[in-house]
Design a protein around this ligand. Structure first.
Ligand code: ADP
Length: 709
């Protein structure tokens, strides 16, 4: 299921919100900072303007005071009709006005009539004018200082009027007035970009850098006030004062306010600061355009947005880089894993192949087309006795070639390298490094690589030495079996022998008796004939015996070194069928498996066969579990003693000496020749044979043989 949007993109959303907050905060901060700077500048501007205004007022403030105390002025009030006094006063005022830069200086009598004025000689002279309704006059005539801003009744020009009562001999006889023009100030303001406004205690703007605001009020002017203003001609004949088109917003810090308005048809937002001038009853408003504040805010917003965007882009880039890095790492790890896997597979495959090669019993040998050995497996090394290092790189003749077959080997090798080797393999005799011969069967095949290029020749070499030996043994065994068969029928032959010999012996006996009888009768012609017969019969008997002996022991004198253990185990193998048929057990006890004797294997086996055969016959009447024969071979007095012990009835004490005699037998079909022949064979091998009865029943036939060291 897809995760909700927020859950999936919460980080991005958080970053976006954070970025917006940051941008907004930066904008706000820049705005506040600019506002603060502006407010400070505004405060300074306000202070400067206030100072300028006050300075202007203060500069002329003393004038009415000084005028009031001037003797010429006082004299004129005493004698208002005196023309010279008037003229002097006029000159005095004119001089003072020129010196101080005041707009006008003039003297009014108690009734408001102007007696003398600095502009006495101008068309708009105040002299003769009555200013009784002017507020400053009213204040001054009552002994107070009069201060009034308004339009001049005569000139129509605005100005600040400061009036002082003129006391003559303690009584107020007139009023001295100075008019200060603020037009220069207004002209300066009008030239400025930032509007400056001066308004009176009723909120009516009387001096402003923006002409359209003049005589408009910050708040509605009451009808009473409007009337008063009209009566005193403060602002000419105006009786209505529109409310200024200002939208005022208080500032949170309470310093100044924000003023939204239109100046010459242009919308403007101004930061404004009011400075009260209580001694004049006015309020000075200085302003500063908020453009810079908005600009600063916009710049900060833009800059922060840019910075945030850069940061986000940086973060994005970094994350992408990270992701790419992670992806690359993952890809690299995956690649490494695959390489590892592949390497492991290859190693396994290699190990498996090596294990196969190592476990192969067949020798493998690869040769390049020139006959150089480029590969051998452990089986081949074991077969020839040379290590792989010794063989690799070898060229014919190879070290394991049999010295007697070098020519044949070279020929076979050449044929194999030319691809003419016998497809069914060829037999090759090689010489093991330790000197013994190894018979092998070699099969050669072309070696073709994965690209199909013929790289040389591969030979598989099978060690057939054991097979060859087995074949030889088989042949030998067959020969011996034949001999055994012949020996087995020795009884039959013996009876034949007896029969054969009986006839010549009877003839011998007869001829001998005849010869003795003839000899007793004296010389006779018959005697030589009888003696010839005797000789002839004797030779015939001898011939018969010779033939039988040759039959029994055809290879007498062909002795060899034999491992006794081999003789014993082979004899048992020969007896196995008979043992099985009798249900008898043959226990073979060999003390020294390495013991060797010199003799005829077949005859010695025949001795053992005869003895075991007799033992089996002796145990015929025993229950089956008592049919165990022990065939033991032990060391004894410099030779070997081989004993055959049975569990039969044993031999009666009186017959112990007779059993080896020829033709002694207790068996109805026996010949009594077996033991006799055994003795002959044992003695022919330099040993002796004997028999003992066993304490627990049974007989032990044993014979000795000289041991071969
Ligand atoms: P045959 O077996 O033909 O009788 P042998 O020369 O082999 O001739 O044996 C001679 C005699 O010795 C036997 O007839 C038998 O009486 C006796 N004999 C041989 N071996 C044993 C034996 N293991 N136990 C008892 N008597 C034996």
């Amino acid at each position: 299921m897809a995760r909700p949007f927020i859950a999936r993109y919460w980080r991005g959303l958080l970053a976006a919100v954070g970025a917006l907050v940051l941008i907004a905060a930066a904008g706000h901060w820049a705005e506040q900072r600019e506002l603060q700077a502006k407010t400070q500048a505004l405060q300074q501007a306000a202070a400067a303007q206030a100072l300028g205004l006050r300075g202007l007022v203060e500069k002329h403030d003393f004038l009415p005071h000084a005028v009031a105390r001037h003797p010429g002025v006082q004299d004129l009030l005493r004698l208002p009709q005196d023309a010279s006094l008037r003229a002097r006063a006029n000159d005095y005022f004119a001089d003072l006005q020129a010196t101080t830069g005041a707009a006008a200086l003039y003297l009014v009598d108690r009734d408001g009539l102007t007696l003398a004025a600095s502009n006495w000689n101008t068309p708009s002279s105040f002299v003769g004018q009555n200013y009784r309704q002017r507020a400053y006059f009213e204040d001054a005539v009552q002994g107070r200082r009069g201060l009034f801003y308004g339009l001049g009744l005569t000139t129509g020009q605005s100005g600040l009027f400061i009036a002082e009562p003129v006391r003559v001999d303690g009584a107020i006889l007139g009023v001295a007035v100075v008019k200060i023009s603020l037009e220069a100030l207004q002209a300066t303001w009008m030239g400025g970009l930032e509007p400056v406004v001066l308004r009176d205690s009723r909120g009516i703007v009387f001096l402003s850098g923006v002409p359209e605001w003049l005589y408009q009020a910050i708040r509605p002017v009451s009808a009473q006030d409007a009337r008063w203003i009209a009566e005193h001609g403060q602002y000419g004949k105006r009786t209505r004062f529109e409310v200024l088109p200002w939208k005022i917003e208080a500032r949170p810090d309470g310093v100044g306010f924000v003023l939204r308005t239109q100046v010459q048809g242009q919308r403007r937002t101004l930061l404004a600061l009011d400075t009260p001038l209580p001694e004049l009853g006015w309020t000075l408003t200085v302003t500063s355009d908020m453009k810079e504040v908005a600009q600063a805010r916009r710049s900060a917003l833009a800059l922060t947005a840019l910075a945030v965007a850069l940061l986000l882009l940086g973060t994005l880039y970094w994350r992408l880089r990270e992701r790419r890095f992670v992806e690359q790492r993952t890809a690299r790890l995956e690649l490494e894993r695959r390489v590892d896997e592949r390497t492991r597979d290859l190693e396994e495959a290699h190990a498996f192949r090596k294990a196969m090669e190592d476990s192969l019993l067949v020798g493998m040998r690869a040769r390049d087309p020139d006959g150089k050995i480029i590969y051998v497996n452990p089986a081949l090394c074991a077969m020839v006795g040379y290590s792989a290092e010794e063989l690799l790189g070898c060229r014919p003749p190879y070290p394991y070639w049999h010295p007697d077959d070098l020519e044949k080997q070279a020929r076979e090798s050449d044929e194999a390298l030319q691809g003419r080797a016998a497809p069914h393999g060829f037999e090759s005799r090689i010489r093991h490094k330790d000197g013994h011969d190894v018979i092998t069967m070699v099969y050669a095949a072309p070696l073709v690589d994965a690209q199909g290029v013929h790289r040389g020749w591969m030979s598989s070499v099978v060690d057939i030495t054991a097979q060859k030996q087995a074949e030889a043994r088989q042949r030998d065994q067959e020969l011996r079996l034949q001999r055994s068969a012949r020996l087995a029928s020795v009884g039959e032959m013996a009876s034949t022998l007896a029969h054969e010999l009986n006839q010549p012996l009877m003839a011998l006996s007869n001829f001998a008796m005849a010869a003795r009888a003839l000899a007793a009768q004296g010389p006779s012609d018959l005697l030589p004939g009888a003696l010839d017969e005797i000789v002839g019969q004797s030779q015939r008997a001898s011939e018969i015996v010779k033939r039988v002996r040759a039959f029994i022991n055809p290879q007498r004198g062909q002795y060899e070194i034999l491992a006794m253990v081999d003789v014993l185990t082979h004899a048992r193998a020969l007896l196995e069928p008979e043992l099985k048929a009798q249900g008898a057990t043959l226990r073979l006890l060999i003390e020294d498996a390495g013991a060797r004797v010199r003799g005829d294997r077949v005859l010695l086996e025949q001795v053992l066969v005869n003895l075991v055969h007799n033992a089996l016959q002796a145990m015929q009447d025993q229950p089956r579990h008592r049919r165990t024969i022990e065939l033991a071979c032990r060391h004894s007095e410099g030779g070997l003693r081989i004993g055959v012990a049975d569990q039969g009835p044993g031999i009666p004490a009186g017959q112990l000496d007779q059993v080896f005699s020829p033709f002694f037998t207790t068996k109805p079909d026996g010949l009594g020749l077996g033991l006799n022949i055994c003795r002959s064979i044992v003695e022919a091998h330099g040993g002796a044979i004997g028999v003992d009865n066993r304490p627990g029943g049974g007989a032990t036939f044993s014979f000795t043989l000289p041991i071969v060291p």
